[in-house]
Design a protein around this ligand. Structure first.
Ligand code: PA5
Length: 446
C-alpha cells in the first residue's frame, strides 16, 4: 500500500496558500544554492556511504555488549528514542532480557544512580552524543560514566566508550584524540534535531538491529528530487514537503498557532516528541511559529482531546495513521450485548475506527488537518516521515523568513544556569541572577 497525504480536511480553501505557492521558484533556488554549498546535509547525506561501512563494523563490536547507555539530550537523543520505541518494542515487553538501549537525556540523579549501580560495566558500551561537545547535561554524565568505567575496567575503559561529536572541535573530540576513543563525526551543518539519520541516531539503531538501509532508502525517496542540480519551482511545487510548508505558513497567517501531531500508530508515539523539538526549535523565532503538541491516539482521546475539539480554535493537525497495523487478538464471541459491536472483531479494528472518528470530529470542529497515512509501519516509512517533516520544517522556516537551523533563544537559560554554578566569566548573568534572587518575592505556602 502506498504512503499518502490526505488533504481533504486541510481547509486549504480558507487559507491563502497561493501566496506561498508563488514562492516555489525562489525556494527551489535556495535549495539548489544551499545543497550545492554543502549546507543541507540533512538532504544530501554525503556522509552516508562511509557511515554505513562504519556501522557494519560497529555491529560486530556491539555483539560483545548487552547494554548501550546513550548520553545525549535534545536532538542527540529524541530521534534515537523514537526509533527505539517504534522498532525495538521488545525492550518494553515482559520477557525481554537483552540487548537493551538506555537513553540518559536528563539531569536525573535517580536514573543515573541506577545505571551506575545496575549495569554490568563489562557488558556495557557508553555512547556519548554531543555535536558541540560542550552540553553540560551530556558531558556531565560522561565525566561520571568515565570515572565508573575506569574504576571497573581499568585501561580497557576506552573500549567501552564511543563518542559522536564534531569532526574537529569541542571537548569530546579532544577526549577522543587524547585517549584514543573511537569517535564518529556529526557532519558540519547538521543540527541535532536534523541528525537522526546520521551516526547520532543510526548507532543506537544498529545496536538494536533496526534496518538502517530501509530507513535511509525511505528518506532518500523524499529528499532525492530536492537535491537535483536542476530542481525547478514546478517540481518543488508538487513536492509534499513544500505543500506542507506552504500550508503551515498560511495557517500561521490565519492565527493557527498550534500544530498537533496526533499519532495513531501507537509504537510511533515518540515521533511526536521528536517532531515537537524539530518544529519548536526550528520555527519558534522572532515572535512567530506554531506550538507543536504531540498527542497519542487513542490514549489522548481520554486526555487532551477535549481541548483540541472545543478549546480555542487555533489548532491545526498532522494526523498519523497506518491502516495496515496488526489485527491483534479477536474479541471473544460471548460478550455482553452492550458490547456486541466488537464481538468477533479484531482488536486492531478498534484503533482504526477511533482514528477515523477522531479525525472526522477534529475536522468537523474546525481543525485543519492533513492525514499522513503510511502504507506500512516499517523503517522505510519512518525514514520517509523523518525526511518529509524535516524538509517541510526547513521550508516552512524559509517561507516565514526565519532561520530554521539555529536556536539562539535557548542560550539565555543555559548561561544563567552556568552562572548559578559559578562558571568563569558570565559576570552580567551573575549580576542578573543576584537581582532575580534578591528581589521581593511573592511566595505562599500551600
Ligand atoms: O537540535 C539541536 O540542535 C539541539 O536540540 C541539540 O541537539 C541539543 O541542544 C544538544 O546539543 P549537542 O548535541 O551539541 O549536545
Amino acid at each position: 500500500m502506498a504512503d499518502m497525504l490526505d488533504w481533504t480536511s486541510a481547509d486549504s480553501e480558507k487559507l491563502d496558500i497561493a501566496t506561498y505557492e508563488k514562492r516555489a521558484e525562489e525556494m527551489a533556488g535556495r535549495l539548489r544554492e544551499e545543497t550545492s554549498a554543502g549546507r543541507l546535509p540533512f538532504l544530501t547525506m554525503p556522509y552516508m556511504a562511509k557511515l554505513k561501512q562504519e556501522l557494519a563494523d560497529l555491529k560486530e563490536r556491539f555483539k560483545g555488549f548487552d547494554h548501550m547507555l546513550l548520553l545525549g539530550i535534545g536532538g542527540s537523543a529524541l530521534g534515537a528514542r523514537a526509533l527505539q520505541k517504534a522498532f525495538f518494542p521488545q525492550q518494553d515487553q515482559p520477557d525481554h532480557t537483552c540487548p537493551c538501549l538506555w537513553i540518559a537525556d536528563n539531569v536525573d540523579a535517580y536514573a543515573l544512580e541506577a545505571y551506575l549501580a545496575k549495569l554490568d560495566p563489562t557488558k556495557t558500551i557508553v555512547v556519548t552524543v554531543s555535536k558541540s561537545g560542550g552540553t553540560i547535561e551530556t558531558v556531565g554524565q560522561y565525566f561520571i560514566l568515565k570515572e565508573w568505567a575506569q574504576k571497573h575496567l581499568g585501561d580497557a575503559w576506552t573500549k567501552h566508550m564511543l563518542l559522536v561529536t564534531d569532526e574537529e572541535k569541542g571537548f569530546l573530540r579532544g577526549e577522543a584524540n587524547k585517549h584514543g576513543i573511537h569517535a564518529l563525526p556529526v557532519p558540519d551543518h547538521l543540527g541535532g534535531r536534523y541528525s537522526v539519520l546520521s551516526a547520532v541516531g543510526l548507532i543506537p539503531a544498529a545496536f538494536m538491529g533496526i534496518d538502517i538501509d530501509a530507513l535511509v532508502e525511505g528518506a532518500r525517496e523524499i529528499v532525492g528530487p530536492l537535491t537535483e542540480d536542476n530542481l525547478s519551482g514546478k517540481v518543488l511545487e508538487q513536492h509534499s514537503a513544500f505543500q506542507l510548508a506552504a500550508w503551515a505558513a498560511a495557517l500561521q497567517d490565519k492565527g493557527f498557532d498550534e500544530m498537533i501531531f496526533f499519532a495513531y500508530i501507537p509504537l510511533w508515539a515518540s515521533f511526536g516528541d521528536w517532531f515537537a523539538q524539530l518544529w519548536a526549535e526550528s520555527l519558534g523565532k522572532e515572535g512567530k511559529g506554531s506550538q507543536p503538541i504531540p498527542a497519542i491516539g487513542v490514549t489522548d482521546q481520554h486526555s487532551v482531546n477535549q481541548m483540541f475539539m472545543d478549546g480555542i480554535r487555533n489548532k491545526a493537525c498532522l494526523f498519523l495513521t497506518c491502516p495496515n497495523l496488526p489485527a491483534g487478538p479477536r474479541f471473544p464471541a460471548d460478550l455482553p450485548d452492550q458490547f456486541d459491536y466488537v464481538r468477533n472483531k479484531d482488536f486492531g479494528e478498534l484503533i482504526q475506527a477511533e482514528a477515523l472518528g477522531t479525525r472526522m470530529a477534529l475536522s468537523q470542529n474546525g481543525v485543519p488537518l492533513v492525514e499522513m497515512r503510511m502504507g506500512e509501519d516499517g523503517p522505510k516509512q519512518a525514514g520517509k516521515l523523518i525526511a518529509l517533516l524535516g524538509t517541510a520544517t526547513i521550508l516552512t522556516g524559509w517561507l516565514m523568513g526565519i532561520n530554521p537551523l539555529d536556536q539562539p533563544a535557548v542560550e539565555l537559560g543555559k548561561r544563567l544556569a552556568k552562572a548559578r554554578m559559578n562558571a568563569d566569566g558570565l559576570e552580567e548573568e551573575k549580576a542578573d541572577l543576584n537581582n532575580f534572587l534578591t528581589a521581593d518575592r511573592d511566595i505562599r505556602e500551600f
